[in-house]
Design a binder for this molecule. Sequence first.
Ligand SMILES: C[S@@+](CC[C@H](N)C(=O)[O-])C[C@H]1O[C@@H](n2cnc3c(N)ncnc32)[C@H](O)[C@@H]1O
Length: 281
Amino acid sequence: MEAVRPSRTAFGVAFRRATHQLHDSPPLILNDPVAVAILGPRTLPDLHAARKDLDQPVNIALRAFLVARSRYAEDCVAQAVATGVRQYVLLGAGLDTFAHRNPHPGLRVFEVDHPATQAWKRELVAAAQLPPQPSLTYAPCDFESQSLPAELAAAGFDLAAPAFFAWLGVVPYLTLPAFRTTVSFLAARPPGSGLVFDYAQPRSELPFREQIARDLFAARVAKVGEPFQLYFTPTEIARELSAFFNLEDLGSGELNSLYFALRSDHLRLYGQSGRIVSAWL
Ligand SMILES: C[S@@+](CC[C@H](N)C(=O)[O-])C[C@H]1O[C@@H](n2cnc3c(N)ncnc32)[C@H](O)[C@@H]1O
């Protein structure tokens, strides 16, 4: 992504999480009372206007994937906390609001993001007058050019203690070396640590209709300066994560069973492109 501009895709993701709060029927997949507030009053008219496009298939599928992704990560954090983990690191945090809703006493939250995106987020947090969170520490870092361990250590992260890492909506935008450098660092964390991230399957693995959807989506993100660069098949991901245990790699079917099975509306995931994986040490 561009060095000086905040991430546009981070805004797009946050916008859809906010739309979920305003327009989807209960029970929400991701209950996030801060999702609308963080975007500020200027975004409200657009959020309300988004109602008319809510039921377009492409919007349903994307919104379902994004809220399921955050929900799954937060379920994994709860699991990590239950086994004694006290550090949660959001890699490429964007406008994620977990730190402002953290329900786990004693859990420290580190938000790592590209410096330009993080500075913009901090402005939005201040403008929305969200109360300061003593458990939250910001750690600006560009995964392509800076050292994640060094930036985390400088922010007070305890390298000797286990941690859970969420890396949501970031991997497709990275180069393979940056992805592997980060995975090696995560694989060297103490036992009990874990991670969750989502990835996209290569175009060639998708049925024709999804290839068209992929092309449109890829063109859109490239246009805002954040091109997709990295794709994996589930077999490749298993290989990349060979240092980890208890891999759970979920596609649309599994995520629909987990979170959407009892819904009476149309909100559910479609297609094979996006997958979410968790793994532990
Ligand atoms: C699609 S957004 C997802 C944001 C957030 N995880 C969420 O789910 O709302 C992608 C995020 O990755 C971050 N990102 C992309 N490339 C990065 C890099 N090289 N270094 C650090 N962050 C990066 C962007 O700043 C942005 O916050």
